[in-house]
Structure formats: C-alpha cells, structure tokens
Design a protein around this ligand. Sequence first.
Ligand code: DQA
Length: 159
Amino acid sequence: MKIVVIQGPNLNMLGVREQNIYGPMKLEDIHAQMKGFADQNKLEIEFFQSNLEGEIVDRIQECIGDADGIIINPAAYTHTSIAIRDALAAVQLPALEVHLSNIHQREEFRHKSLTAPVCAGQIVGMGPFGYHLAMVGMTQILSEVAAMKQAQQQAQQKA
Ligand code: DQA
C-alpha cells in the first residue's frame, strides 16, 4: 500500500515562517516522522511539495494507478483552488486534508475549504501531530478498503 503526501505553497518554509502559528518544526522533520510510521506499518510513502497549483494538480493525477491514498495540506490553495479540488475528485482515492493551524479559528477567508468536501476527513489545529493522526487515519481507511475488496471478491467467487 502506498501513501502520497502532498504539501502546498510555503510549507517548505516551516520552521522559519510565522513560528507563532506553525511552530518550529521543519517540513523534513515532519516527513521523517511520517516515514518512521510508514516503515513500522509496512507502508510505502512518497513526499511532494510545490508552491505551484498546476504542479500539485499534476501530482494528484499521477496518483492514479500508483497510490492507494493521499494526505494533503493544500495550504493557501485550500481556500481558492477549484483545480485541486477537481483533481482530488477525479482520482477517486481516499484523501485526508491536514492543516497545522486551526483554520476555523483564524481569519474568515481561511474558514472555507474548497478541498475538504472531496476528502474523507480533515484534521486541523493539531500542529505537526496532525500528520501523524492522518497516517493513523489513512492506515485505518486503507485496511477497511482492503477488507471490502476481499469481501467483494469472495462474494463474486461464490456467485
Ligand atoms: C495551513 C493553513 C492555510 O490557511 C495557510 O494558507 C497555510 C497553512 C495550515 O497548515 O495551517 O499555508 O494550510
């Protein structure tokens, strides 16, 4: 099973940008923790960060036939990008949306997520730990999907 982690604009600046909101942890350290969890649970994991909307759309599209689930923090594009929402809807893979900060507690323009409605769930306000929660959540989703597929196969074999 493979999870692709997609990070939107300015998340490459974690540890430097607005530490009062996003904390001191760097993106590479968050990814190292996620990789540790993936290794322990025998999951494949790949990381991608871009400041460009089109590159994020391309990476989501590339998940077809390659990944089983997506963990995404679309960052500022959360609030603006119909293109990223459409890409997530198009690939029909389970996706979890993560935000380090509690977007619902911040400026009004951050309250709305265009991408959350096409995700299985959203984790906000837990800082870097939110990515760990997303890994736990995605592991659960993937095992449920696998169990469902197995049950369908068994039903087909009996029919
Ligand atoms: C963010 C919240 C967004 O509103 C903001 O534009 C970001 C980071 C978060 O993780 O809290 O860049 O996605």
